[in-house]
Design a protein around this ligand. Structure first.
Ligand SMILES: NC(=O)C1=CN([C@@H]2O[C@H](COP(=O)(O)OP(=O)(O)OC[C@H]3O[C@@H](n4cnc5c(N)ncnc54)[C@H](OP(=O)(O)O)[C@@H]3O)[C@@H](O)[C@H]2O)[C@@H](O)CC1
Ligand SMILES: Nc1ncnc2c1ncn2[C@@H]1O[C@H](COP(=O)(O)OP(=O)(O)O)[C@@H](O)[C@H]1O
Ligand SMILES: [K+]
Length: 487
């Protein structure tokens, strides 16, 4: 698991370490790590042109020291000081000693010919959108030829939420110190950060236990264990699906198929799309009646394509009245938003899976702080909230949160949410903790999307077909093999 630490958590750990180390040691660790990543990205330093944008705080200090490292290796470094009278004195002296040039915000900045642009305008000390001179330079850097590398946080991005109020630096890479900040992996900040590189500056032992995480393949593999010799179709976790309708059988077919392909023990289907499900998935046990007629299950998925009429409302109320985990998706979300008490009083885990418009039906806008929004709704309803997006966020009622690290924009196609609901039901049926399980489902869904998209544009049923391979690859915990598989 990769911990996501807020700016305040990082600062608190830095304060402990600063009191125990010689002055400047932490910044040296950060700047050396930054320069090392830049050298790797550039391939060489000698003869390259580097522009370092440096604000008046420690973020600017990092950029100036890293610029000094690169200059000492033969790079032609120009430092652009946003506030020349307040530039980090030791960083500036180091840059000058190494032969770097220095200019002001209106001076010859070299951005038109740079191979590399370092964004050291502002880091965790930033407030609001970029101010005019910095915003102008960030725009020129984005339009110029140089590879853009943000120092710690892309300037203009809120490190905690990923919110961007106004302009922000658009980085291809972000080299971040001590811990990954949530704003680099969620919301608009995710798009500004590019590839995130973590530099260890020794904060680890002093960091508070993070309240937000990203799962890795290895974490998710624990949710995808193969059956053991003593297992039978019941012991692997039986999933119940309440989805689809006579008019819209597709959602039921996708959801049931995804559950079967994720964990092929037993899937029971109850609803009015039974004929379609029988035709597509002869393995499923289908009842045309109500959920209570379906037989015993260990988790329910309710919602995709089921409609919102009285019968649908009755079926939803029936599964929510059980003491089993329930996934509330699509039409079930619309009904739960009308009657939140259906969810609020439950003792067993409930996982709601809204996209933004479904989320807003609960009466609160998502806004720019997606983790915060998911946490608040989760606390209000006493449920897990999986807020879909390019980086899906999961929050538990106690505040534990996850940000998904896998996926592809090719998933923006009808029916992929039905597949996610089926995957999630299959994983929840084993009784693992619901918030992490929901995050594992989003991770597997994203990996499956990546596999399917490698062959070209995908539709939702492609995901169902690729699920067994994605499960196999994640089980192997071999991230590289996804890339090397030729899929
Ligand atoms: N602590 C440590 O030991 C270590 C810290 N490290 C590094 O320090 C960074 C945090 O440094 P920090 O706290 O000095 O703040 P920082 O991010 O430089 O910002 C302050 C400057 O930004 C300016 N500014 C603010 N908003 C702005 C805006 N919208 N648009 C434009 N400018 C804006 C603000 O201006 P002012 O408001 O003062 O006029 C001030 O000049 C952290 O991210 C990491 O890189 C590493 O070296 C590891 C060791
Ligand atoms: N741009 C994107 N990048 C990554 N994933 C995306 C993107 N757009 C949508 N998705 C994912 O695709 C799925 C769409 O779900 P949903 O909107 O419920 O679709 P449907 O209701 O048609 O099944 C979600 O898992 C979401 O996270
Ligand atoms: K920065």
């Amino acid at each position: 698991m990769i911990g996501l630490s807020t700016a305040a958590e990082v600062r608190a750990a830095e304060d402990v370490l600063l009191a125990r180390t010689r002055e400047g040691v932490l910044m040296q660790r950060a700047a050396t790590g930054l320069a090392t990543v830049c050298l790797r990205l550039l391939g060489r330093a000698h003869g390259t042109r580097v522009t370092a944008l440096a604000g008046a705080g420690n973020n600017g200090g990092d950029a100036l020291f890293a610029g000094a490292h690169l200059a000492a290796r033969g790079a032609r470094v120009t430092a652009v000081l946003l506030d020349p009278d307040r530039a980090h004195p030791a960083g500036l002296a180091a840059l000058r000693r190494a032969g770097g040039r220095v200019t002001g915000p209106e001076g010859p900045d070299g951005l038109d010919r740079a191979d590399l642009v370092l964004d050291g305008v502002v880091g965790t000390g930033g407030r609001g959108g970029l101010r005019p001179p910095a915003a102008r330079l960030a725009g020129r850097a984005a339009a110029g030829p140089g590879m853009t590398v943000a120092v710690d946080v892309p300037s203009g991005v809120d490190a905690d939420t990923g919110a961007v109020a106004g302009e922000a630096f658009a980085a291809l890479h972000t080299v971040t110190f001590g811990a990954v900040k949530p704003g680099l992996v969620v919301g608009d900040g995710r798009g500004c950060a590019g590839t995130v590189h973590l530099v260890d500056i020794g904060l680890g032992p002093h960091l508070a236990a993070p309240r937000a995480h990203q799962l890795t393949d290895a974490d998710v593999a624990a949710h995808l264990q193969p059956p053991e010799p003593g297992d039978d179709k019941y012991s692997r976790g039986v999933v119940g699906v309440v989805a689809g309708s006579a008019v819209y059988p597709g959602a039921a077919v996708l959801c049931t198929g995804a559950a079967l392909r994720t964990r092929p023990g037993l899937v029971r289907y109850a609803g009015t799309a039974g004929d379609g499900v029988r035709a597509a998935w002869p393995e499923a046990i289908v009842t045309d009646g109500r959920p209570a007629d379906a037989g015993r299950v260990q988790a329910w998925v309710a919602g995709p394509g089921m409609g919102t009429d009285d019968d649908a409302r009755g079926a939803l109320a029936e599964v929510l009245a059980t003491d089993l985990p329930v996934v509330v998706d699509a039409d079930a979300l619309t009904m739960a938003a009308r009657e939140p008490d259906l969810v609020r009083g439950r003792g067993a885990p409930t996982v709601l899976t809204p996209h933004d418009r479904e989320f807003e039906r609960f009466g609160v806008p998502v806004g720019t702080d997606r983790i915060g929004a998911a946490r608040r709704l989760a606390a209000d309803l006493g449920a897990v909230v999986l807020l879909k997006g390019d980086a899906t966020v999961v929050a538990g009622p106690g505040g534990t949160a996850f940000v998904n690290a896998t996926g592809t924009s090719e998933l923006a196609t009808a029916g992929t949410g039905d597949v996610l609901a089926g995957i999630l039901g299959a994983l929840l049926a084993t009784g693992t903790p619901p918030a992490q399980t929901a995050a594992a489902a989003a991770h597997l869904h994203g990996r499956t999307g990546q596999l399917a998209a490698a062959r070209g544009p995908l539709v939702a049923s492609d995901l169902v077909r690729h699920l067994p391979r994605a499960v196999g690859l994640v089980r192997g915990s071999a991230t590289g093999s996804l890339r090397d598989s030729g899929a």
